[in-house]
Design a protein around this ligand. Structure first.
Ligand SMILES: N[C@@H](CCC(=O)N[C@@H](CS)C(=O)NCC(=O)O)C(=O)O
Length: 201
């Protein structure tokens, strides 16, 4: 299998954490390349029409995207139980929460990276940040017992989202007022799978 990636991408990190946790990292060859919404890579677009990473080229079937589909596919292939049937709706909702935090944080980054100074909207950026803070508060207030349970795909999404906040929005100090989530992330970030996939910048 071939994984289209770019090192700091938090969505790619989710997939790489699943590969590490399921012992399948060696089954995947990686293709690293630049990714831009304004100038998508034609090779990637031929495989994945949205031009986004991650995309997983399989030997025996259509190319898979996005990160949620790929994580679920790898989990099924490994039989790793990261989407346990007994808690499936909670796991999927937690995964959607982590991914939604990533989407909002990425839009904040893109607002500065892909739009001119005149187009840049502080209101838009702050509206995205509000989404992130509401999600952080929900995690701190309602999800801590789930986060403390056995590893699942929802936890992986949240762990990668918090890692991405440290990378791109460190100055906003998401840990302030959220001691339980901060303590959970300290432990989660120490997992070998998270250490092996930590972004370099
Ligand atoms: N929902 C997608 C989001 C993937 C995504 O937005 N990836 C970014 C890189 S971090 C990308 O490819 N951006 C290029 C674009 O938006 O065209 C997933 O979970 O895989």
């Amino acid at each position: 299998m071939k994984l289209y990636k770019l090192s700091p991408s938090p969505y790619v990190r989710k997939v790489r954490v699943v590969l590490e946790e399921t012992g399948m990292a060696d089954a995947v060859e990686t293709v690293e390349g630049p990714v831009s919404p304004m100038d998508p890579d034609p090779d990637l677009v031929a495989l994945a029409p949205l031009g986004k990473i991650p995309a997983l080229v399989r030997e025996d079937g259509a190319t898979l995207y996005d990160s949620r589909v790929i994580c679920r596919y790898l989990d099924a292939k490994a039989g790793a139980g990261l989407y346990p049937e007994a808690r499936i709706w909670e796991v999927l909702t937690l995964e959607a929460t982590g991914d939604g935090m990533l989407d909002a944080t990425l839009l904040m980054t893109y607002e500065g990276r892909h739009r001119t100074e005149a187009q840049y909207s502080t209101d838009w950026v702050e509206a995205q940040w509000l989404k992130v803070t509401r999600a952080l508060d929900a995690l701190e207030g309602r999800w801590m017992s789930h986060l403390a349970g056995p590893l699942d795909a929802g936890q992986i999404a949240v762990g990668c989202a918090l890692g991405y906040l440290d990378l791109r929005q460190d100055a906003r100090n998401w840990r302030a007022g959220r001691p339980a989530l901060a303590a959970w992330f300290e432990g989660f970030a120490a997992r070998p799978s998270m250490q092996a996939t930590a972004p370099e910048g």
